[in-house]
Design a protein around this ligand. Structure first.
Ligand code: FAD
Length: 488
């Protein structure tokens, strides 16, 4: 019996039903298709993956299926390695074309894609991969990138329509019940996944929340409301960059909040700028952006790393940020940068000691942004200004009354604002006036001293010959050639 001829839409970080090129082309084709998502055990077991990511993905798909159900379609969820899935599909079906977006992921996904390509080629099947969010594959420098990116941002939004599926498909690799039930329990404290919620966040940002975006962006408490909070939706593709860009650019409130909205639009470009770096050099996952920093010595004290991870450093803002992140999956940019700075500069630990910890906690984990941003803050690019954040100063500047700190570090609930940034300076008499819990640790280091040591070490290492040479290569590859106009 001849095999059923089919096409496939392979969903990755594009979990939406609109502005979707693979769906668009699959619907145009004469051959019918199935949309699939593959939960790959090897990816699920990686150190940068966590249950919250898998739950976000799972619920995004469930929501897509509610929409698609009306059109008698369904995203089929596989639980197996992608190579196993495609071996099965090529054996049992005559696959004409696989449609997907290009994945600018870690090396493991790149290698997996090479194996899938081989499998498909051997079976005479095509794989059409589309550019995602204006990120370009195979470029050698950034000379034309900005112009191309803006051209992409203004391209018309794709309106997707769906026809009913014309053949039955039985899933040989379903998610087993245990995993299904684990994925189903989505914690209330996290942002809810899916296209609908993505639009809800973006709309409320434009209508109300975003008016003070620029002023509150660095405040750990206020930014929770004034920032767009669309990062998890962009990271998992519940909304495309183009959709977000055009919606904000054309929103009636744009003229009223130009500074804030332009700041937001610039960041959408940064989003792609960082992923573009990773697309070109995904080894940033495992090695320093600037190879010269691979030989930088660190103390890497395991106790300090654990205290940082657990939010028990004795530095109130650092602990509040880490505990908040654990609970909610989000903190603002400035606090992310501060956490990295404390680990890598003040605690003198290798960026590799903390990078997957934060990846697991961020609901919006996007490898292209995460590894490059983490290293930028750790000072291992060799081309960016080195910023050593003092967590006490950050605390005084951005949480002056300690409201954010007290919300997340219960031990400090009764500490007066005057001492909340440095509770260790309280005298016994000060303490006797308040009902102070005693189980909050003293600071694990002297921040003034550690900042000074880090500054000397980092600026000293910048003079290293290998750092300088690789810095030149990085500028050539990842920035516009005109140095005066250099992007970050
Ligand atoms: C160490 C570190 C790790 C980070 N890891 C991630 C990550 O894994 N995923 C992620 O989406 N962002 C990451 N960021 C960038 C930034 O902190 C988040 O994008 C932002 O806080 C998300 O909140 P928002 O959606 O309200 O952002 P907004 O300020 O409302 O910005 C809108 C969008 O622009 C993009 N964006 C904003 N700031 C940046 C930036 N500095 N660099 C690149 N893109 C930006 C995001 O997609 C964001 O959703 C990281 C930053 C640091 C310092």
């Amino acid at each position: 019996m001849s095999k059923q001829r089919i096409n496939i839409v392979w969903l990755k970080r594009d979990l939406r039903t609109q502005d979707h090129l693979p769906f668009f082309y699959a619907e145009l084709a004469a051959v019918d298709y199935i949309p699939i998502f593959v939960f790959e055990p090897s990816m699920m077991n990686r150190m940068d993956c966590s249950k919250r990511h898998l739950q976000f993905i799972y619920h995004s798909i469930l929501e897509m299926n509610v929409t698609l159900q009306e059109m008698k379609r369904e995203v089929i969820i596989f639980h197996a390695e992608a190579t196993e899935v495609f071996s099965y599909l090529t054996k049992n079906y005559d696959i004409d074309t696989v449609y997907s977006y290009q994945e600018s992921g870690v090396r493991a996904t790149w290698e997996r894609d090479k194996e899938v390509t081989k499998l498909l080629n051997e079976n005479g099947s095509k794989w059409q991969q589309f550019q995602r969010d204006g990120i370009v594959r195979g470029i050698k420098n950034r000379d034309a990138w900005d112009k191309q990116w803006y051209a992409h941002a203004y391209e018309p939004i794709i309106e997707n329509n769906f026809s009913p599926q014309r053949f039955d498909f039985s899933n040989p690799f379903p998610l087993h019940e245990e995993l299904k039930s684990e994925f189903s329990k989505y914690p209330d404290v996290f942002q809810k996944p899916g296209e609908l919620l993505a639009w809800k966040y973006l709309t409320s940002f434009c209508e109300e929340r975003g008016k003070d975006y620029s002023f509150k962006i660095s405040k750990p408490l206020e930014s929770r409301r004034s920032c767009s909070r669309i990062s998890p939706y962009l990271a998992w593709g519940n909304i495309s960059i183009k959709q977000a860009y055009q919606f904000v650019k054309h929103h009636p409130n744009f003229v009223n909040h130009k500074r804030s909205f332009n700041g937001f639009l610039t960041r959408l470009k940064w989003h792609c700028h960082f992923i573009q770096k990773f697309e070109v050099e995904c080894d940033y996952e495992t090695r320093s952006v600037n190879r010269g920093y691979e030989s930088m010595p660190y103390i890497n004290d395991p106790e300090m790393i654990e205290a940082w991870k657990n939010g028990t450093t004795g530095l109130p803002l650092v602990d509040a940020c880490m505990r908040c992140l654990k609970q909610t999956g989000w903190i603002n940019f400035r606090m992310r940068a501060m956490l990295v700075s404390v680990l890598t500069h003040h605690f003198d630990c290798d960026w590799k000691a903390g990078v997957t910890h934060l990846a697991q906690l961020f609901l919006d984990y996007e490898p292209g942004i995460h590894y490059t941003q983490f290293q930028m803050q750790a000072g291992t690019t060799g081309i960016n200004t080195i910023r050593i954040y003092n967590p006490i100063k950050q605390s005084k500047d951005h949480d002056p009354d300690g409201i954010f700190i007290k919300k997340w570090v219960d031990e400090l609930r009764n500490v007066p604002s005057a001492f909340i940034h440095e509770p260790w300076i309280m005298t016994e008499i000060d303490k006797s006036f308040i009902d102070l819990k005693t189980d909050y640790p003293p600071p694990i280091i002297d921040i003034t001293q550690s900042g000074k040591t880090a500054r000397e070490k980092l600026w000293g290492f910048r003079k290293n010959k290998e750092v300088k040479t690789d810095g030149m290569r990085i500028v050539q590859t990842h920035t516009r050639n005109n140095r005066s106009k250099r992007t970050i």
